[in-house]
Ligand binder design. Structure first.
Ligand code: ACO
Length: 311
């Protein structure tokens, strides 16, 4: 009889407590988590590419060291999140195969190119800023391993955001050409950053159930609004503008009004047709294929070690 198990699960969710890997959970709860946490892990791993593009061309040793550390952090985030997903009964190898075969998604934002060095700063400021906004509430998500991974990830993302903002601030104190480079970069990344929060609530098939299960703590539009409100004073301090003529303080709502992102572009990118989708997945697949001999050697060594251990 499953009823007592279901009751225990519902009580845990209602009490804002954590579900742990060995606890009973509904199949759809497990499936939703595998979908979201894997998509999150894939985003961290694919997200290494746009910035990795600038490691060899960073303008100083200091900038290169910072960028290297940042990109390595993203790899670490991917690995904690794959480990959290594995506790749901699926292997990292299977998840990687789902990513490179296009069966699982990753964040739309990483399908845009990094055309100038200012993009490194803009990604830190806006993309990691949006990530923090979305991820801080996930520290309280109902699934234990996911929430615990998010705590460390958020701390590291805060460093990423600050390094981006500091980089842009330095460029803004530079020449007219550098200031123009920052503004041009912000113009390209503003709308895609807003799209990171997902479709509007009315077009988000998963939000309602994910909120009921305590997987998500806020809706896509709530977090998008929070991000706009948090970014406006930062843009003013930096001396840049966002490419949205409708952005305006709304006294009554105690928030900024803003324009509608181009949702057609969003779905186009999510379906795999953005400017860099094919290149991102091809690069990941090549790395996976090139690493096959390492995995095979590790498995062969482990099985031999096992034999020695038993004899
Ligand atoms: N990029 C790609 N796909 C997206 C995006 C996006 N920005 N936003 C939504 N989608 C997809 C969803 O995965 C879903 O498709 P699926 O059902 O096939 O998985 C579909 O669009 C509809 O969206 P929702 O119903 O709103 O999906 P969901 O409830 O999962 O909300 C969200 C999407 C907000 C991204 C949620 O999954 C989430 O908070 N994830 C954790 C954070 C995360 O993944 N961040 C990655 C980028 S940050 C970084 O790596 C630095």
């Amino acid at each position: 009889d499953q009823a007592p198990l279901e009751e225990a699960f519902e009580a845990t969710i209602a009490g804002n407590d954590r579900i742990e890997p060995r606890d009973w959970m509904p199949d759809d709860y497990r499936k939703t988590l595998i979908r979201q946490v894997a998509q999150h892990a894939h985003s961290e791993i694919i997200g290494m590419q746009p910035e990795g593009n600038w490691i060899t061309r960073a303008p100083s040793l200091r900038r290169k060291a910072v960028l290297l550390a940042k990109v390595q952090d993203e790899a670490g985030h991917g690995l904690y999140l794959y480990s959290a997903t594995e506790t749901l009964g699926i292997s990292r190898d299977e998840l990687t195969r789902r990513l490179i075969s296009g069966k699982q998604k990753y964040s739309s934002i990483f399908n845009y190119p990094t055309l100038t060095y200012a993009d490194v700063g803009t990604i830190g400021w806006l993309v990691d800023g949006a990530a923090i906004c979305n991820q801080v509430p996930l520290c309280r998500t109902s699934y234990g391993p996911y929430g615990r991974a998010m705590i460390r990830i958020c701390k590291e993302e805060s460093f990423h955001q600050r390094q981006g903002y500091e980089l842009l601030m330095t460029m803004m104190r530079g020449t007219d050409e550098q200031r123009a480079m920052v503004q041009e970069s912000v113009n390209r990344f503003w709308w895609p950053a807003l799209m990171m929060f997902g479709p509007p609530d009315g077009d988000s098939p998963n939000t309602e159930q994910s909120m009921a299960w305590g997987i998500k703590r806020h809706t896509n539009d709530e977090l998008r609004q929070r991000f706009v409100d948090m970014s406006m004073p930062q843009a003013e301090a930096l001396g840049v503008t966002f490419p949205d003529p409708e952005l305006k303080w709304n006294e009554e709502r105690d928030s900024y009004d803003y324009g509608e992102p181009d949702w057609e572009e969003f779905w186009h990118v999510v379906k795999g047709n953005g400017p860099c989708n094919a290149a991102r997945v091809a690069h990941r697949k090549a790395a996976y294929d090139d690493g096959a001999w390492v995995r095979d050697a590790a498995m062969a060594f482990a099985s031999q070690a096992g034999r020695v251990g038993r004899s």
